[in-house]
Design a binder for this molecule. Structure first.
Ligand code: TEU
Ligand code: CA
Length: 544
């Protein structure tokens, strides 16, 4: 039996501070705003907050471009506010997981300001530099995730620097021992403040070998993580979760097998690409294949086995809202939101909720690119326009996949600006706030909020939800059903992932449902477990 950890038992809630709650009427969410809402989060029942970056930043990529890792972004508050947030959260048994963005810094970070001064500057090697290619152009074909080449010419020294994201996010050179030690020192600064862990931004890129055009899963990646573990969080029981777009279950075990002393778990994104055209980018839309979705989930549930740990999520600040994406945010908004919650939280792993998910916030369409705020979206728009795509087609992709969808202000009430702020927010609110908001959700005992609250409470009371084995059932494509088994107990989870009615028959005719655990609509328990599922129906029963 493996040692058990607190981070396997809790549910984590992600906060994107800019859009969570504005406390001082400047239209931008901030740390005191988060502190104001801790009672709400305690009521939901979460055990940790993953806080998207709150460090000093010029905000080219909303804080994912950090100019000082040991200072708080002026707009968000002060270091005193941060210390208070950690303490106030702690009083409510909530740990604060910081976002660790160390694949790159801002170009305004003191290290980069020094590095670009001259080729022999002591900080030069903190970053990745290369000479122009033989024909005088970019060193090689590496591309930025935010469109265009990943190389930017520095006029002063005539060399290019690498930026796998924006030009204002130069990549750190992890091959340089000094960089690694500086990062570990900074991590210890935060650990000493009593934080609960780190979410590690694009951590699979730190082993890059740019001259060979290797970015993800480079040869020294796991060596660096083992070194980091030893130098920082290894002595404490912290939650560490790596953002790893390229992970397979085999790779995830390298990160999260406890014997290897690397991370607690990773975010895997295999299912996230299911609604894009093969060989295309995320903007090249395709319908999701539910059969594949089930197979991918089942694979991750069974293959990590005892040699790793899963994270479970539908949403984050980079993804469109799942309720609008694969759920139904019009006719079945409440039903499909609850179904998605039940389907996810009943799986094995640590569940993550993204702000607003617990009240069923939806995507927000734009009609013109001037309404977009996200650098990824804006750069892609320019690139595709230049490549001959129509404006309408690009806007359509943005509305389905763009990151701004997740970044609209949290809808707290039906007051002006959704109760997020007293002035016009930095990004427009979704107009549906008058009916979809926290105040409404708390007042309605049948709201999506209370399904999440119940799932979290069930998790605390039932070890089977945390530790039970997973077994996928063979059902019709739109029906996603599985068993969890633990110490002689069996739970059956049945969900209908569609707008249509579907039959469900449990294969073992002897089995009886003895108790309803949770459901998203009223249900008569038929002893034979033969039923006609309504659109988006979901329920969990104990079996005997
Ligand atoms: O995201 C990594 C990343 O690869 C994203 O750019 C992703 O490809 C895209 O959003 C999905 O379409 C992380 C952060 O989560 C993101 O917010 C940052 O912009 C990025 O790293 C750079 O730090
Ligand atoms: Ca503010």
């Amino acid at each position: 039996m493996r040692q058990k950890h607190w981070w396997q038992e809790v549910v984590v809630y992600q906060i994107y501070p800019r859009s969570f709650k504005d406390s001082n009427g400047d239209g931008i969410g901030d740390l005191p705003g988060i502190i104001e809402k801790l009672d709400y989060l305690e009521k939901l029942g979460i055990g940790a907050i993953w806080l998207s970056p709150v460090y000093q930043s010029p905000n080219d990529d909303n804080g994912y471009d950090i100019s000082d890792y040991e200072a708080i972004m002026t707009e968000f508050g002060t270091m005193e506010d941060m210390d208070r947030l950690i303490q106030e959260a702690d009083k409510r048994q909530i740990k604060i997981v910081m976002d660790l963005v160390v694949n790159h810094t801002s170009d305004e970070h003191a290290w980069f300001v020094e590095a670009k001064k001259s080729k022999d500057n002591p900080y030069r090697d903190y970053y990745v530099w290369a000479n122009p290619s033989a024909d005088g152009g970019v060193p090689n074909g590496l591309r930025s995730a935010f469109s265009g080449s990943a190389w930017q010419l520095d006029e002063t020294t005539g060399q290019y620097y690498l930026h796998l994201f924006s030009k204002k996010q130069p990549d750190l050179n992890w091959q340089n021992e000094k960089v690694r030690q500086a990062v570990y020192q900074m991590m210890n600064f935060w650990i000493d403040k009593g934080i609960g862990g780190f979410r590690m931004d694009v951590i699979d890129l730190i082993g890059k070998v740019p001259e060979q055009e290797i970015t993800g899963n480079g040869p020294r990646l796991h060596e660096f993580l083992q070194e980091m573990n030893q130098a920082t969080f290894g002595k404490h029981d912290l939650l560490t979760v790596g953002e790893t777009w390229g992970a397979t279950p085999e790779i995830a075990k390298l990160y999260s097998n406890p014997d290897r002393h690397e991370l607690s778990m990773v975010f895997q994104f295999e299912h996230i690409g299911l609604d894009q055209q093969a060989g295309g980018e995320k903007w090249d839309l395709a319908p999701v294949d539910l059969g594949q979705l089930k197979q991918i989930f089942a694979k991750w549930q069974t293959e990590l086995d005892n040699q790793g740990w899963n994270s479970l999520f539908w949403n984050n600040h980079d993804l469109p809202r799942m309720i609008s994406r694969w759920g139904n945010d019009t006719n079945y908004r409440v039903e499909s939101a609850k179904m998605l919650a039940i389907l996810l939280h009943m799986q094995k792993g640590t569940p993550y909720i993204y702000q607003g998910e617990e009240i069923g916030m939806t995507n927000t369409a734009i009609t013109d690119i001037t309404q977009a705020k996200d650098i990824e979206t804006i750069n892609m728009y320019q690139e595709r326009l230049a490549n001959g795509f129509t404006k309408e087609a690009i806007i359509q992709s943005i509305n389905v996949k763009g990151r701004d969808n997740a970044r609209r202000p949290v809808q707290w009430s039906n007051q002006a600006y959704a109760g997020f702020s007293t002035v016009e927010p930095w990004i427009a609110v979704n107009e549906n706030y008058s009916s979809i908001n926290v105040e409404q959700a708390l007042a309605d005992p049948d709201s999506i909020f209370y399904t999440y609250q119940k799932l979290i409470a069930l998790r605390k009371a039932n070890p089977i939800m945390i530790w039970g084995d997973f077994e996928l059932l063979d059902t019709k494509e739109a029906v996603f059903a599985y068993l969890r088994k633990y110490q002689g107990e069996t739970w059956l989870v049945v969900t209908n992932f569609s707008d249509d009615c579907h039959e469900f028959h449990y294969s073992n005719p002897q089995a009886k449902a003895t108790e309803l655990v949770i459901a998203n609509m009223p249900i008569e328990l038929s002893e034979s477990l033969d039923l006609q599922l309504k659109p988006w129906q979901a329920f969990v029963v104990k079996l005997e």
